[in-house]
Ligand binder design. Structure first.
Ligand code: FAD
Length: 495
């Protein structure tokens, strides 16, 4: 039996690996010239530009997700991970602090900074402790779980129950307002867009606290190259520069998929592991758009997305004084005419192989939202020179702000690459240039998609958009789930 997969991102590669393990003939078709999707990298001026990973959930061997990363070749067999002590270092006029990955160290530091916030701090740290147990189910899709398995899963999360109910409905600014000290307030709002609910933040902190979040050594390359190798070693086939244009459907079954180059490929089953907006707005007629995606794509306030403008900067010298990731408040600068007064700064000092000898690499990320994406798109499509000029201008602004803040970097910085939200759309078809899925806001109930296509029996879905808030873990498990759903449909036992 043959499966055709559209898209060679983390989800498509995972689907390919599990398909081969189950003995299916499998072909992946990717529009790009390389695999990896958003989880990719490339070379510029001797530097490795790492497009994706800042942390990966599922690095604790006792988690279900670890098993999946192991099976797709990303973890296990001594594949090294980098475990930082600080999730985020925060620097602003009110002072400096770290969001330590260890909850007790964080508690002590917060109390030292603001003893008068004791009650709020204890409540905050208790929530992190409770969220430590909250892990992404990765063994099988919910509808394939037995009652006993569902019961066991719910029992694990029972301590969290009430607390989760409270924080899932709490906006991030409300969480920050529980603290009196301005440094603590800023530290809470530094990393994630304000639209997120507070439980998303605790989930991240709990993940680190439980040792279930770390950085695979080698970054995005280590993830996508290892997955591709696993797939090819299992005998999977992959075809590049093949942009799917439509599924051909007869009597509620897809018979083939057509590509922009005029070719057509048939199969028994299909996995659409490309961006969900490509699947529903391009590959399938409107009548297949279900209620889930109709509401998620149309109610932009309930299901917002975000992206970032990224600047990669080479440093002629040492950067070991920097924490892995810093949030820096700075003098104002402008992106697309909008005032900004902060950015995230990532140092690649733990990856010396990413830079030429004696040099180091930094990445600056500036949060961008849907109206920004639309402006970037308009500039790229209609005013290309202004697009380039704006990118140049932003890069120069952040270099200036870095030199002001860290005088030891003055004269040592060179811009090597800039990436706008429109780039994620151009290269991966990313909806709204977003590289995570829909934000989990306090206003909309979190729900995952069932992974099937309305009125078609043999197309299954993969990809981070099925399970907000997305990211690598949701991409990899939805790829696996797609094959489990195919196995179920075909009456084959998934092993
Ligand atoms: C800057 C940045 C930082 C990130 N940081 C993290 C992080 O720290 N931790 C984390 O967990 N996640 C992070 N992510 C998110 C992570 O990269 C994504 O969640 C994940 O890679 C999505 O995988 P996917 O397979 O669902 O989709 P994609 O990666 O989008 O893969 C879809 C694939 O389908 C292909 N495709 C699209 N249309 C077609 C077509 N018509 N025909 C053929 N092929 C098609 C695309 O080219 C692409 O290869 C980050 C992403 C970015 C960009």
């Amino acid at each position: 039996m043959k499966i055709v997969i559209i898209g060679a991102g983390v989800s498509g590669l995972a689907a390919g690996i599990y398909a081969r393990r189950q003995g299916f003939d499998c072909e992946i078709y990717e529009q790009h010239s390389i695999a990896g999707g958003e989880c990719t990298y490339w070379k510029r001026q001797g530097y490795t530009i790492d497009n994706c990973v800042h942390w990966m959930t599922g690095t604790n061997p006792s988690s279900e997700l670890y098993g999946v990363w192991e099976e797709v070749g990303v973890l296990g067999n001594d594949k090294e991970v980098i475990q930082n002590e600080s999730f985020l270092h925060v620097e602003c006029p009110e002072g400096q602090m770290d969001l330590w990955e260890d909850e007790e160290r964080l508690r002590q530091d917060m109390l030292a900074i603001s003893p008068e916030d004791k009650d709020a701090i204890e409540e905050f740290v208790l929530a992190i402790r409770l969220y430590k147990d909250f892990e992404l189910p990765a063994k099988k899709p919910m509808e394939q779980m037995s009652l006993l398995e569902i019961f066991r899963m719910l029992r694990r999360f029972r301590k969290l129950g009430k607390v989760h109910g409270k924080y899932a409905l709490m906006p991030m600014p409300t969480l920050a307002d529980k603290f009196k000290h301005p440094l603590l307030k800023k530290a809470i709002l530094a990393y994630m867009p304000d639209f997120y609910n507070a439980s998303s933040f605790f989930y991240v902190l709990g993940t680190f606290d439980s040792g279930n979040g770390a950085l695979p050594k080698g970054g995005s390359a280590a993830i996508s190259d290892n997955m591709l190798k696993t797939y090819l070693d299992l005998g999977g086939k992959i075809f590049y520069r093949k942009k799917a244009s439509r599924f051909n459907i007869e009597k509620k079954r897809a018979v083939s998929v057509s590509f922009e180059d005029g070719t057509t490929v048939g199969a028994d089953y299909f996995v659409a592991a490309c961006d969900a907006s490509v699947t529903f707005h391009k590959l399938l007629p409107e009548s297949h758009l279900d209620k889930y995606f109709r509401t998620h794509f149309s109610l932009r306030k309930l299901y917002p997305t975000y992206s970032s403008f990224n600047v990669y900067i080479g440093v002629d010298g040492d950067t070991s004084f920097l924490t892995d990731t810093t949030w820096l408040e700075c003098e104002p600068y402008f992106t697309l005419g909008k005032q900004q007064d902060s950015f995230l700064l990532k140092s690649y000092a733990t990856e010396p192989g990413f830079s030429p000898e004696g040099k180091n690499l930094l990445q600056v990320l500036i949060k961008q939202y849907e109206p920004d994406f639309e402006q970037w798109r308009d500039l790229y499509l209609n005013h290309r020179e202004s697009y380039r000029e704006e990118k140049r201008h932003i890069a120069e602004s952040v270099v200036k702000r870095l030199e002001e803040h860290y005088p030891q970097l003055k004269g040592k910085l060179t811009v090597v690459e800039t990436v706008s939200p429109y780039s994620f759309h151009r290269f991966c078809g990313a909806y709204m240039g977003a590289y995570m899925s829909f934000i989990l806001t306090p206003y909309a109930r979190k729900k995952s998609h069932h992974g099937k296509v309305r009125k078609v029996k043999n197309i299954f879905l993969g990809g981070q958009w099925l399970q907000p808030p997305g990211g690598l873990p949701n991409a990899v498990v939805t790829g696996k789930f797609a094959i489990q759903r195919i196995c179920k449909k075909a009456g084959i036992k998934f092993v």
